[in-house]
Every structure is written in C-alpha cells, then in structure tokens.
Ligand binder design. Structure first.
Ligand code: ADP
Length: 194
C-alpha cells in the first residue's frame, strides 16, 4: 500500500504518518525530515537547501525526486510507504507515478487532510512552544512570516495536486480539524476500504 498524506503545513501529516508507521508498518517518507537531516549533517545537499527551507520556499523538483528515488530502493519501502510532504508539485507527482511504475507499484490512496487555514498559524506557534518546552530547538521555518510564505507556496504549487489525484479517483478527504484520534480513525477506515 502506497499512500500520500496531503494537506497544508500544519495539517497533521507528520503526526498521522507516524501513527501509520507504527500501526501498519509503512515507513514515513518525509522529504522535509530528509532535508532537515541533510542540513543537520552539514552535507553538500544540506548546505544547498538550508536557505530555501529557512524561507519556506520549495527545493527544486530534481533534488526531492532524487531523494525519493534513492529512498524507494531501501528494503523497508518494498511493501509500501506513506509519503508525507511529497509530492508538492505536479512534476513531482508525475515523477512519483513513474518511479513507482518502474517498481511495479502505484499510489493506492491519497488522504487529503482538510483544515481551516486560520488555525495553521496557531498550530505552528504551538509546535514551537511544545518543542521549546521539551528542551528542543524549534524549526526555523515555524516563524509566523515563514509559515505565511509556506501557505502561499502550498496554495500556488501544491493545492492543484488534489485535482491531479481526483482525476485518478484516488482522493479521500478527511476532516483534519477533528481530534487527532478521530483523524487516525478516519484514515484507518479509508485504508481498510481499499
Ligand atoms: P510542512 O509540511 O510542515 O510545511 P515539511 O517538513 O514537509 O513541512 O517541509 C519543510 C520544507 O522542506 C518545505 O517548506 C520546503 O522548503 C522543503 N520541502 C520538503 N518537501 C519538499 C518537496 N517535496 N518539494 C520541495 N521542497 C520540499
């Protein structure tokens, strides 16, 4: 089962991807996490993308498609995966279809987490508070100004993917404003119907 978790920044994709990783054994493939790991490791890739992430702009399609291509070769992705934060553009979605097709697979389901945009800013603020209270360092792109840019980028580049996947008949919409456990249940139900 290959599943895309789709929705704006702060919709809860990462939270639900982690649940699916635990309950279904499907690895969470988060390009955001992979890029942040590259930055933390100070690799060449990390140096290349650091300023882009800090602004909330999109890293080039070639870079993220290459990362996903490599990641799909790892054995844990053989049974399927949860794509979190990828694809984010139509060319990325087209490339993902090809990458999976080459491996005899396809995207089975796209879960669209629907959220009221007005809460996204406060969710980012909450994430900063929670991280700080646990002694961690908040994401540099969770500042109000960068969250606004990430939302603009989402509307312009990523939101059109819903129509792309609807045309393939793969989209199930879930209310991302509901409590976390309810969202988890709605996603589980959609998966079990597949
Ligand atoms: P969120 O979904 O909360 O915005 P992510 O962790 O998915 O956060 O992504 C953080 C940042 O990493 C994005 O703002 C962007 O700069 C970069 N990024 C992540 N995934 C992609 C992608 N598929 N294409 C381009 N840039 C990406």
């Amino acid at each position: 089962m290959n599943l895309v978790l789709f929705g704006p920044p702060g919709a809860g994709k990462g939270t639900q991807a982690k649940v699916l990783q635990e309950t279904r054994g499907l690895p969470q493939l988060s390009t955001g996490d992979m890029l942040r790991a590259a930055i933390a490791a100070k690799s060449e890739l990390g140096r290349k993308v650091e300023a882009i992430l800090a602004k909330g702009d999109l890293v080039s399609d070639d870079i993220v498609i290459g990362i996903i291509d490599q990641r799909l070769n790892q054995p844990d992705a053989a049974r399927g995966a949860v794509f979190d934060g990828f694809p984010r553009t139509i060319p990325q979605a087209e490339a993902l279809d090809k990458l999976l097709e080459g491996r005899g697979k396809k995207i089975d389901l796209v879960i669209e987490l629907k959220v009221d945009e007005t809460v996204l800013l406060s969710r980012a603020e909450q994430r900063v508070r929670e991280t700080v209270s646990k002694g961690g360092i908040p994401r540099p792109d969770d500042t109000p100004q960068t969250v606004k840019n990430r939302l603009d980028v989402y509307r312009k580049n990523t939101a059109p993917l819903v129509a792309f996947y609807k045309a393939q008949g793969k989209v199930v919409s879930v209310d991302g404003m509901a409590p976390i456990a309810d969202v988890t249940r709605a996603i589980a139900a959609a998966l079990d119907r597949k």
